[in-house]
Design a binder for this molecule. Structure first.
Ligand SMILES: *Cc1c(COP(=O)(O)O)cnc(C)c1O
Length: 360
């Protein structure tokens, strides 16, 4: 068996320890004589897995008691629709466009009412975070929406926007559990888990209780109402049981690693190794404004598309996989999520140095 260093943006690398545990429990979960995959979602064993996952997440993120944790199928794209369907009262949402995921959320909201762009960084291919200290927030806005960490472009909000009293909704898919976060500053936080938390197929929604409404947009299907998940403990129908089990294992791994403060320290260390190299390199360049750099997704280019392709190909042969940039951006992108070990980044930088010497 040989494991590669996987820099995929998602689905992405998971902690090896977690994969080994899951493998050991595959045929017989804690004496049940079956895999978690084969278990009833109404069984005590699964209820324990679900309860522990929620509690561990609450502990890690210090989620206040007036927030609910919902396990929702359908990944990120379903949340683009669920947010307006559940939060629209005046049918107005204000969006800050910092990349493709924010833009998709904005476009989806337009299906249900008015979506305003109150700030954007599209003028410079989303290579920075706009100043959000005094935005033209609509008086009727039901919420202000951001994508906290921009997976494709590699930027992150270091400061939250001034929403002028409106609830802040944030997509945290690609920075979920990468560092501490003050949940109380948000109305809704949601993340698809396949970037930093677990296997694909699930979004976790952390929502302030008063935003879980009965009077959602007329026609909102039962399975697209936050209330359905809140009332049933995310068990209205069969949830993605195995994915939830894996997420729970990752939460426990993060706890063993020392929690979110320790994750942050480790992630900063990894990102610094890569950014320091990019800043001194004669061949490779980072593509975003330094002040807005993400800890999780690091896009870079050589400036020559053929050389980029050569790099991606040679890196792959050397065991550094999924470094090709997003199809809309080109170049390269290294996603260095929680589960990427420090030596993965160190070895990547050593490989980049070598490539630079040979090609410049
Ligand atoms: C990947 C990603 C999405 C899309 O997730 P899907 O589960 O594929 O719908 C949305 N937002 C962000 C920030 C992402 O990184």
């Amino acid at each position: 068996m040989s494991r590669v260093y996987n820099f995929s943006a998602g689905p992405a690398v998971l902690p090896e320890e977690v994969l080994r545990e899951a493998a050991a429990e595959m045929l017989d979960y804690k004496g049940s004589g079956m895999s978690v995959m084969e278990m009833s979602h109404r069984s005590k064993d699964f209820q324990d897995i679900l309860d522990a996952a929620e509690q561990d997440l609450r502990d890690l993120m210090k989620i206040p008691d007036n927030y609910r944790v919902l396990f929702v199928q359908g990944g990120g794209h379903i949340q683009f629709a669920m947010v307006p369907m559940n939060l629209f009262q005046n049918r107005v949402g204000d969006y800050i466009l910092t990349g493709q995921w924010a833009k998709k959320a904005y476009q989806e909201a337009k299906l249900f009412g008015t979506a305003n762009v109150i700030a954007s960084s599209e003028d410079k291919t989303f290579s920075y975070i706009p100043d959000c200290s005094d935005l033209p927030v609509d008086e009727d806005a039901d919420y202000v929406y951001i994508c906290l960490n921009n997976t494709i472009y590699g930027t992150v909000f270091h400061e939250l926007p001034n929403t002028k009293g409106k609830p802040l909704v944030a997509d945290i898919s690609s920075c979920f559990l990468s560092e501490p976060i003050d949940v109380s500053k948000f109305g809704v936080l949601w993340g698809g888990v396949q970037k930093n938390v677990g296997p694909a197929g699930l979004a976790i929604v952390i929502i302030r209780e008063d935003l879980i409404r009965e009077d959602v947009l007329p026609g909102t299907p039962t399975m697209l109402r936050y209330k359905t998940y809140s009332d049933s403990g995310s068990l209205h129908n069969t949830p993605p049981t195995y994915t939830i089990y894996m997420c729970g294992k990752v939460f426990q791994w993060i706890k063993r690693m020392g929690g979110l403060e320790a994750m942050k320290e480790r992630n900063e260390k990894k990102a610094k190794i890569l950014y320091d190299f990019l800043d001194e390199s004669r061949l490779f360049k980072g593509t975003v404004e330094k002040k807005d750099r993400s800890l999780m997704n690091v896009p870079f280019v050589t400036g020559d598309a053929d050389l980029d392709a050569k790099f991606v190909k040679e890196a792959k042969a050397a065991g550094f996989v999924n470094l090709k940039g997003h199809r809309t951006v080109g170049g390269m992108r290294a996603s260095i999520y929680n589960a990427m070990p420090i030596e993965g980044v160190e070895k990547l930088v050593a490989f980049m140095r070598e490539f630079e010497e040979k090609n410049s």
